[in-house]
Design a protein around this ligand. Structure first.
Ligand code: ATP
Length: 254
């Protein structure tokens, strides 16, 4: 049970941290994942710990892109499994996406723990676990180049929350459309992805599911228009402007 009082002004943010620490204790999260969380927290603080207007338009474009995909795959690492296991499964079911476990710091035991958490939350099929189904994604050094030949290798659209820049670039070079969640609008991942949702994944994932539900009633032309009109570079600039505005507001209060 959490010891954080609900009245704490940053209760939500501290609860997210607690989730990640318990994910570490459960063997889902790597030590390095705790550092990534720290970096995310700093940017979330600058964003005012809320979903901005530009994140909302990235979410809408991401939903359209996933619904247009022939074979969407959600790539899962330890941090995302610790933070949003239920939402990953809901998004996969809502959009017919496959789920693949793919770790930067590869470790069979951790992969199994992540798969177990996803299964507990309702996942049926989880790719990335069977060593006989391995394929290699070129242009990348880490263990992340190993992908499932029935998953990421064939995917046209990949959702990669909290990803590193090299992999995002390799996925793009492989011709995939990459959708990411990253609180840092300046990271290589944010700058490389086709659609970057600059928001805390714990807030944005549910919004993405809702948006997919809503847009699933729209026709293909409408979805194509939404995806086509989205400009990631412009959206990232708008994000930075939102951060600046938020900082100005805060410094006036201080
Ligand atoms: P890059 O290689 O893309 O430049 P990096 O090396 O800065 O990335 P990592 O250490 O791989 O980044 O961390 C992943 C990213 O995830 C960071 O940019 C961090 O801001 C972001 N992040 C961490 N926690 C969250 C979260 N809960 N929601 C959204 N983004 C997050």
């Amino acid at each position: 049970m959490s010891l954080i009082p609900k009245s704490h002004p940053r209760a939500k943010s501290l609860l997210i941290r607690e989730k990640l620490v318990s994910g570490f204790d459960m063997g889902l999260v790597a030590k390095e994942g705790l550092l990534a969380q720290g970096r995310g927290e700093a940017f979330d603080y600058l964003l005012g710990e809320k979903t901005g207007k530009s994140a909302k338009s990235a979410i809408k474009a991401a939903a359209a892109q996933i619904l247009l995909a022939k074979m969407p795959v959600i790539s899962v690492n330890g941090n995302i499994a610790a933070l949003c296991p239920k939402e990953i499964v809901r998004l996969a079911k809502q959009t017919g996406s496959k789920i693949e476990v793919n770790l930067f710091y590869s470790n069979e035991k951790r992969k199994k723990s992540i798969a177990n958490v996803l299964k507990k939350n309702g996942a049926n099929e989880i790719l990335g676990l069977d060593s006989t189904k391995k394929a290699i994604l070129s242009g990348i050094d880490s263990a992340r180049r190993i992908v499932d030949k029935n998953g990421i290798l064939l995917a046209d659209v990949i959702v990669v929350p909290l990803e590193d820049g090299d992999r995002t670039l390799a996925l793009k070079k492989a011709g995939k459309k990459v959708i990411t969640f990253d609180l840092n609008p300046l990271s290589r991942t944010s700058q490389t992805a086709n659609i970057t949702i600059v928001d805390n994944v714990t807030r944005a994932m549910s919004l993405l599911i809702e948006s997919c539900k809503k847009l699933s009633k729209k026709n293909k032309n409408t979805l194509e228009r939404i995806a086509r009109e989205f400009d990631n570079k412009k959206n990232l600039s708008e994000n930075i402007i939102e951060i600046k505005k938020n900082l100005t507001k805060r410094s006036r209060i201080a």
